[in-house]
Design a protein around this ligand. Structure first.
Ligand code: SAM
Length: 249
């Protein structure tokens, strides 16, 4: 945990640059959640309660995903009452998020709250209180992923949705070889040259490699009590990343 905190302290300000390197820039395509192709983004398939959704973005860091979800709730789903708690274990990442929020329509908005918390212990969030729990590029860093999944299950209302965007497994062996060569060979070196920090970037590459692949992670979500729709996930860019979903019955 100390290592993880240090890594994100180090990368907080250069966070977008880091994601560009890690994903070859493709994360910029993943995060808009394809609103052009779907009436709702991938996270928001389910019907909104009329009072708006109570949303929780875990490992929310810079607020990137959270602001997009709020925008979507407001403009596409006509739900200006939806609220968002942006939570992260790392105060530096949240500080960066707060700073960025000042340039959005959510600057000092009562619809947004900020919470420093470990995803494995969300003490201040009541059980059965959340409609949508999102975690993007965060869960692979958690020490006890099973504990975090059970905590997600606890805080969600029955019918509430767990949605996770994370690096995953490339099925095509040729593409996988190219991607691995890029991540293990070039990224730590670029981290050293651009950010003067080889170790943090090496950690990030290894955390992606060690994270469970699509089927295994789907089974962990089921193990926590969720029902998974369809096969349980959607691959993005040949499986470089995937969106997993679960619904609390
Ligand atoms: N979700 C954001 C995004 O997509 O831009 C930020 C993702 S960043 C790669 C990973 C985040 O996970 C960091 O902000 C880090 O502090 C946070 N994190 C790591 N371990 C955590 C934990 N146990 N609980 C909550 N957040 C955690």
């Amino acid at each position: 945990m100390v290592i993880v905190a240090g890594v994100f302290d180090n990368v907080a300000a250069s966070y977008d640059t880091m994601n560009d390197f890690m994903s070859l820039g493709i994360h910029r395509l993943w995060k808009p959640l394809r609103p052009l192709h779907q009436p709702r983004p991938l996270y928001l398939h389910h019907n909104l309660p009329s009072a708006g959704w109570t949303m929780l973005d875990i490992a929310g860091g810079t607020g990137d995903i959270a602001f997009r979800l709020l925008d979507h709730a407001t403009h596409i789903n006509n739900s200006p009452a939806s609220t968002m708690t942006i939570s992260d274990i790392n105060a530096s990442m949240l500080a960066e998020g707060r700073k960025r929020s000042l340039a959005t329509s959510y600057a000092n908005s009562p619809r947004v709250s900020w919470l420093v918390a470990n995803a494995e212990k969300l003490d201040t969030i009541p059980s059965n209180s959340i409609d949508l729990y999102t975690v993007a590029f965060g869960i692979r860093n958690f020490t006890n992923k099973d504990v975090a999944l059970r905590e997600a299950y606890r805080v969600l209302k029955p019918g509430g949705v767990f949605a996770c965007l994370e690096f995953s497994g490339v099925k095509n062996p040729l593409l996988d070889a190219v991607y691995k060569r890029w991540s293990f060979g070039a990224i730590p070196l670029i981290g050293q040259l651009v950010a003067g920090d080889r170790e943090s970037y090496q950690y990030l590459v290894e955390s992606i490699e060690q994270f469970p692949k699509q089927e295994e992670f789907r089974d962990m979500i089921k193990e926590a009590g969720f029902v998974v729709p369809g096969k349980g996930w959607e691959d993005l860019t040949f499986g470089v990343a995937a969106i997993h979903k679960g619904v609390k019955p």
